[in-house]
Design a protein around this ligand. Structure first.
Ligand code: FAD
Ligand code: 2HG
Ligand code: ZN
Length: 475
């Protein structure tokens, strides 16, 4: 089967007028100056272009947009907060952007069923706030939570800092409303925990990166709000010790270990150097750090935290640790963690690898991959950090000091080959949580099981026969 390729299309004034009539003049963006914010992303790695951004306010409007696009074979790119890291939300070929940001209402919040039904343009932070106001927790949490949206989170199947305890975005959803390529609305907005009536269709759209349908609403799972929260920044010698400490933490605190984020010394250096108000969380430097958080809806956890850290010290795993003594103190730890992506920008080019390997293999993977990178490019700065508890490391490479940024970025593919080669040795994944998007589309074809790839293409052709939804992404 041939891969569906994007068809660049110049929109006629008549067609632009018909799209505008759906959302209203006020919500159709055509001024290139205003369009700029939708066609580039924060890192400025991808620069797309578009004649038209549509900002629908309701599901019927999204449906009418898809119907017209399908009839006229006009490619669309769904977009939420535009924080994606693989170019999936960028109109690389002049597609019409459909920004869901206006659709941000809570449709239903049911504390007894522990569900919240909200529209897909809701910013993640607001979803967390709505849940909190109802004395519940929506646990998904990531550095971009102030601007990414529920629709984007589900479409990328985002992971983030709490997946260790609560799972990834897919695990946090019971139902969806999705507009299909031809404009039909799939109403799978069920609040039912148990519903075995045939195929689980809504799961198809989670992690599909806008290639199979446009998510307009979701039923999210809510959880009891934590009453006890203990957060520590911990200095260690090695990832191996960090992994052993995770074992200790789980033995002592079981499911209360909500986050276990690995950070190397170079990240502390970058964050302190570039982050205004970001301070070194510990009195002295260590080769590695873990940001560990324990949470529980019931009991106090301070003794458990003390026990974990004492055992960690006795067993020679922990060099030093600082426990947050106030909400502000805890916030300062997370501010540093959330700033890691931004801290790499002023250091020049960064080549990203959002990879996962079995949790037990992380230390060995880090050793092998770091050695392979330095062999390939002496002076390259390995900046590996992230969700150790999930085996998901952001194995990012910052350019050698003083190197030419463009020349460095020119080695993107070759560097990927080096790192992903090591990932393959461990049976790992080249996309743990950010998706495939535009960035890894071609590589996917080489690493995915051929039958799986075939099925993905068949599904794409069935659900979007005219290839109007995010063409050129994923498959
Ligand atoms: P966008 O960037 O707008 O879109 C992402 C993809 O989803 C695109 O393919 C787009 O077409 C599609 N899409 C968006 N909305 C819809 C919709 N309603 N229907 C169908 N398709 C849609 N990711 C993680 O997983 N874990 C992290 O810890 C993490 N941390 C980050 C930290 C920073 C500082 C930054 C900048 C990014 C981080 N990300 C992380 C990546 C990014 O935030 C996530 O991928 C997020 O889920 C994207 O949401 P968004 O609303 O910005 O989506
Ligand atoms: C994180 O965990 C994000 O901070 C971003 O997934 C990772 O910048 C990156 O590569
Ligand atoms: Zn991450």
């Amino acid at each position: 089967m041939n891969r569906i390729e994007p068809t660049p299309k110049r929109l006629t004034p008549d067609l632009i007028g018909r799209f505008k009539a759906i959302v209203g003049e006020k919500y159709a963006v055509t001024d290139p100056h205003d369009i700029a914010a939708y066609v580039t992303e924060e890192r400025m790695l991808y620069h797309g272009h578009s004649q038209l951004v549509l900002r629908p306010g309701s599901t019927p409007e999204v449906s009418a947009i898809c119907k017209l696009a399908n009839e006229t074979q006009t490619p669309l790119v769904p977009q939420g907060g535009n924080t994606g890291l693989v170019g999936g939300q960028t109109p690389h070929h002049g597609e019409v952007v459909v920004s869901l940001r206006r659709m941000d209402r809570v449709r239903d919040l049911d504390p007894q069923s522990n569900t919240m039904t909200c529209e897909s343009g809701m910013v993640l932070l607001n979803a967390q706030k709505h849940a909190s106001e109802a004395d519940r927790l929506f646990p998904l949490s990531l550095g971009a939570e102030g601007s990414c949206t529920i629709g984007g989170n589900l479409s990328t199947n985002a992971g983030g800092n709490t997946a260790l305890a609560y799972g990834v975005a897919r695990d946090l959803v019971i139902g969806l409303e999705v507009v299909l390529a031809d404009g039909r609305v799939l109403n799978a907005l069920s609040k039912l925990k148990k519903d075995n009536t045939g195929y689980n269709l809504h799961n198809l759209f989670i992690g599909a990166e806008g290639t199979l349908g446009i998510i307009t609403a979701a039923v999210l799972k809510l959880f009891p709000k934590p009453r006890a929260v203990e957060t520590a920044f911990i200095g260690l010698k090695s990832p191996k010790d960090a992994l052993a400490l995770l074992g200790v933490a789980r033995a002592e605190a079981s499911g209360a270990v909500t986050s276990f984020e690995l950070v190397p010394e170079i990240v502390i250096e970058f964050c302190v150097r570039h982050g205004s108000g970001i301070r070194d969380p510990m009195p002295t430097r260590h080769p590695w750090y873990v940001l560990m958080e324990l949470t529980s809806p019931a009991a106090s956890l301070s003794e458990t935290m003390e026990t974990i850290l004492s055992r960690g010290m006795e067993e020679g795993l922990v060099e030093d640790a600082v426990i947050a003594t106030s909400l502000q103190h805890r916030r300062s730890f997370w501010d540093l963690r959330d700033f890691v992506t931004h801290s790499q920008k002023p250091e020049g080019g960064s080549i990203k690898h959002d990879v996962s390997v079995p949790v037990a293999s992380v230390p060995e993977f880090l050793d092998k991959a770091s050695a392979a990178v330095v062999r390939f490019m002496p002076g390259a700065r390995v900046v590996p950090f992230g969700h150790l508890g999930d085996g998901n490391i952001h194995f990012n490479i910052s350019q050698p000091i003083g190197a030419d940024k463009e020349a460095f970025l020119g080695s993107w593919r070759a560097m990927n080959d080096v790192v992903h080669g090591v990932v393959a040795e461990f049976g790992g994944s080249i996309s743990a949580e950010h998706g495939i998007g535009y960035m890894k589309r071609d590589e996917l074809a080489h690493v995915k099981d051929p039958v799986a790839l075939q099925l993905m293409r068949q599904l794409k052709a069935t659900l979007d026969p005219n290839g109007i939804l995010n063409p050129g992404k994923v498959v």
